[in-house]
Design a protein. Structure first.
Length: 270
């Protein structure tokens, strides 16, 4: 049985846990170490079982505590070379990842990491570099795609491979355009290297998901330009327009920005 937890998803901090009976990893550590430890205690999870960390990109809400966690638990950190360099130069990160714990990934290349087969793939976003992860474990495929400026052919392919999918639904376009953000920030978010809207997320799902997809979690919602129920309803409306019924054809949920989800036990393939 594979366990999945979101410890936070949004500009306040992102962190995701995947664990088997014998192995575990974290994807991004943008939440505080004390907060992470507390949530793990609450769920009966020992952080000593986490044997590696995967990083998507070098923005502070994804890497805030990665250096401290790696140091405290002697855990290697996997990221592309550009992302590692970005972490080194990010002034928000007080403790950097040590050279011996720095492991470099290559976009598109598959790597076996304990129980997990990991393939990073390119995701457009205005960071030093940004990747999603396609993770195969126990006969199923878990895909995470966060901070997405636009949907590429590579992303479409990853969605089509997913049994379980975490994907960004950052903003409602109308809320963003009519909201208080300065014009330059609105343009950045709406650009091809910004963030994915609810509508674009729904369309990406509808056009690329397959019958194997069991569960979708919408991630990285904007606090100012979105709302969990709005995101869910918008994506559901798009899916229904393609004849896809959430709750019947697949499960659709929204990850909370600052609160953990609890433990999901994911069904593996026999």
């Amino acid at each position: 049985m594979l366990k999945f937890i979101s410890f936070g998803s949004g500009s306040s901090g992102n962190c995701y846990y995947l664990g088997t009976a014998t192995d575990a990893l974290l994807i991004d550590i943008g939440v505080g170490i004390r907060t992470l430890k507390k949530h793990c205690r609450d769920y009966g999870i020992s952080l000593s079982t986490v044997k590696r960390v995967l990083i998507t990109h070098d923005h502070a809400d994804h890497i805030k505590s990665v250096g401290s966690f790696s140091y405290d638990y002697s855990v290697p950190v996997y990221a592309t070379g550009k992302v590692h360099d970005g972490i080194d130069h990010n002034y928000c990160i007080t403790r950097k990842v040590s050279s011996e714990m720095r492991k470099v990934l290559t976009v598109g290349e598959t790597l076996q990491l304990g129980d997990f087969t990991v393939r990073p793939f390119a995701v457009p976003h205005d960071a030093s570099e940004n990747v999603g992860y396609e993770i195969q474990v126990e006969g199923m495929t878990f895909v995470i795609i966060t901070d997405v400026g636009s949907i590429t052919d590579v992303i479409k392919e990853a969605i089509s491979h997913a049994d379980y999918l975490v994907i960004e639904a950052n903003h409602d376009v109308e809320m963003l355009q009519n909201g208080p953000y300065p014009e330059y920030l609105k343009k950045r978010i709406l650009s091809g290297s910004g963030h994915l809207s609810n509508d674009s997320c729904g369309k990406a799902l509808a056009e690329n998901m397959t019958e194997r997809l069991k569960h979708v979690w919408l991630c990285h919602l904007s606090e100012e330009n979105n709302h969990p129920e709005l995101a869910r309803k918008t994506v559901e409306t798009v899916l229904r327009s393609y004849g896809i019924i959430p709750g019947k054809d697949m499960e659709l949920e929204v990850l909370r920005r600052t609160m953990p989800t609890g433990v999901y036990e994911l069904e593996v393939r026999s």
